[in-house]
Write a protein of this length. Structure first.
Lengths: 143, 163
C-alpha cells in the first residue's frame, strides 16, 4: 500500500471521487433492493449498481492502475461491456417470470392477462391441493 | 472475404478485447486476430445473417444521448430511493410501447439501453404485435415514456440499422 502515498493529488482526487460515486450508487441500489415494496420496483434498484455504480468503480480502477503501471490499462472496459450486455438477459428472465406468475394469479394492475375460459380473471385462489393449471404449457404469457 | 470473415464487426470487437486483456504487441495483434476470425466463423454457424450498420453516425449520436440519460436517471432513481419511500408520492407502473423495430440486433441494443438506464425495465416484447412492455419506476405521463423510447432512441436505431 506504500505506492498510494506517492500518488499525486490530481490523480488521487478523481480516483477517490469515482470510487465513492460508484460505491454510493451501488449501496443505494442495494438499499432500494431491500426496501422497495413491489417486485417490479425492486427490479430497478440494482440497475444503479450495474450502470454508474460499476462505471464509477471501473473508472477509478482504470485511472489508478494506469498511473501506477505507467501505461494505459483499459481492460476494465471489458468488464463494463460484459456487464451491459448480460444484465438485460437476467432482468428479462426475472421480469417475464414475475409477469407470467402475476397473469396466472390474476393480480390486478398487470397488463395483458389472457382471458381463459377455464381460469377466471381476478384474484381467485385455487382450491386446496390443486394447481390453477393442469398443463403448464397452456399457461398464457408466452410471446 | 465474406466467407473468411462472416462477421467483420464481431471479429474486430474480439480482436480489440484480446488486445485489452493482454498488452498491445504485434504478436498479440496477430494471435488475437486469428482467434477472433476463428470465433466469428464459429458464430456464423449459429447466426449466419450478418448485422449491417448503415449509419455509424447515428449510433455514435445514440451513444452520447444514452450516456447522458443514464447519468440523469441514475441521479433521479438514487434520489427517489432515498426520499421516495417516505412521502410515497412516487408511482410506478407499466407502459406499453408500440415499436417499429423488428430486427433482433437493434432490438437487443434497445434492450441494453432500457436496462442500463435505471428507472426503466424491459419486461416483455411481443413479436407478433411489436409491442414492448416496460415497467417504469417513476411514472410521469404514459405518453412521455412512449415519446422517449420512440423518438429519442427508436428513430436513431431505425436510421442506424437498415431493414
Amino acid at each position: 500500500m506504500t505506492y498510494l502515498e506517492t500518488l499525486p493529488a490530481w490523480i488521487a482526487i478523481p480516483v477517490a471521487f469515482f470510487l465513492v460515486l460508484g460505491a454510493t450508487l451501488t449501496l443505494l441500489g442495494a438499499i432500494g433492493l431491500a426496501r422497495l415494496q413491489s417486485f417490479y420496483d425492486r427490479l430497478h434498484a440494482p440497475t444503479l449498481g450495474t450502470s454508474w455504480g460499476a462505471a464509477g468503480i471501473l473508472l477509478a480502477s482504470m485511472i489508478l492502475v494506469s498511473w501506477t503501471e505507467g501505461r494505459a490499462v483499459l481492460h476494465e472496459l471489458v468488464i463494463g461491456i460484459f456487464l451491459m450486455v448480460t444484465t438485460p438477459v437476467t432482468l428479462m428472465f426475472l421480469g417475464r417470470a414475475a409477469l407470467h406468475r402475476d397473469r396466472i394469479e390474476g393480480t390486478p394492475g398487470i397488463p395483458g392477462a389472457v382471458e381463459r375460459s377455464d381460469v377466471p380473471i381476478g384474484p381467485v385462489s385455487p382450491p386446496e391441493g390443486e394447481t390453477a393449471f393442469a398443463d403448464p404449457a397452456e399457461a398464457p404469457g408466452e410471446g | 472475404m465474406t466467407r473468411l470473415f462472416p462477421h467483420p464487426l464481431l471479429t474486430a470487437a474480439l480482436t480489440l478485447v484480446w488486445l485489452l486483456l493482454t498488452s498491445f504487441s504485434l504478436g498479440h495483434l496477430i494471435l488475437g486476430a486469428v482467434v477472433a476470425a476463428l470465433a466469428s466463423r464459429a458464430f456464423a454457424a449459429i447466426e449466419p445473417e450478418r448485422v449491417k450498420v448503415r449509419s455509424p453516425k447515428s449510433l455514435v449520436k445514440l451513444f452520447f444521448i444514452v450516456g447522458l440519460d443514464i447519468i440523469r436517471s441514475n441521479y433521479a432513481v438514487a434520489r427517489l430511493i432515498l426520499t421516495g419511500g417516505q412521502h410515497g408520492k412516487r408511482r410506478s407502473g407499466f407502459v406499453e410501447i408500440p415499436l417499429q423495430l423488428r430486427d433482433p440486433a437493434p432490438l437487443a441494443l434497445l434492450s441494453m439501453i432500457v436496462t442500463a438506464t435505471p428507472g426503466t425495465a424491459w419486461v416483455e416484447y411481443d413479436e407478433e404485435t411489436g409491442t414492448l412492455l416496460l415497467h417504469v419506476f417513476d411514472m410521469i405521463e404514459t405518453d412521455d415514456w412512449v415519446k422517449l423510447i420512440a423518438i429519442r432512441y427508436e428513430t436513431l436505431l431505425l436510421e442506424a440499422f437498415p431493414r
